[in-house]
Design a protein around this ligand. Sequence first.
Ligand SMILES: Cc1cc2nc3c(=O)[nH]c(=O)nc-3n(C[C@H](O)[C@H](O)[C@H](O)COP(=O)(O)O)c2cc1C
Length: 178
Amino acid sequence: MENFFELVSKRQSCRKYLDIAVEKEKLLKCIEAAQAAPSACNSQPWHFIVVNNKELAAKVAPCLQDKIMNKFTTQCQAFIIVIEENGNLTSRAGALMKHQDYRSIDLGIATEHICLAATEQGLGTCILGWFNEKELKKLLNVNAFKRIRLVIAIGYPEDGSVRKKVRKNIDEISTFIE
Ligand SMILES: Cc1cc2nc3c(=O)[nH]c(=O)nc-3n(C[C@H](O)[C@H](O)[C@H](O)COP(=O)(O)O)c2cc1C
């Protein structure tokens, strides 16, 4: 178990992967981390399809790419597909009454739990929001009425070094009222 702040700084989008399969136990740990994530009214409005098969991953990758984006996914042997579920009645009523998109928020939190769990286990990840949802649904037999919100590429990074994060200043992103 490492220091939380070290873990957060180590998590970075990985776009170069080694040709090594990911152990199922490690992917299961990632799903356990997602399971533990908080959600509005404990609604847990998620389902995760874990693709951990080289042949299937090779079919998933073209659904994540176009001429410019996400070419690197061809090297990936594992993906976690983040599907939005309906959630419970209270969270849906709350979202309507408060004009908030709790489900997207919940999925984002769970996704980061997965990425941090992967990092903790020496894996690299990249969250992908750019993909052909229709093709991916067809390939993975996902109900046409469901939404795939994100895809997480997971694998062993080619380079273990940690990049300096390019971020806005603390002053820009926060206001302290004391
Ligand atoms: C919702 C979301 C969608 C993203 N979509 C993509 C994507 O399609 N392709 C990609 O290469 N990176 C994608 N990223 C990764 C971001 O580019 C990356 O997190 C950001 O530049 C910060 O860099 P870091 O993750 O290395 O800290 C996405 C990240 C998020 C949170």
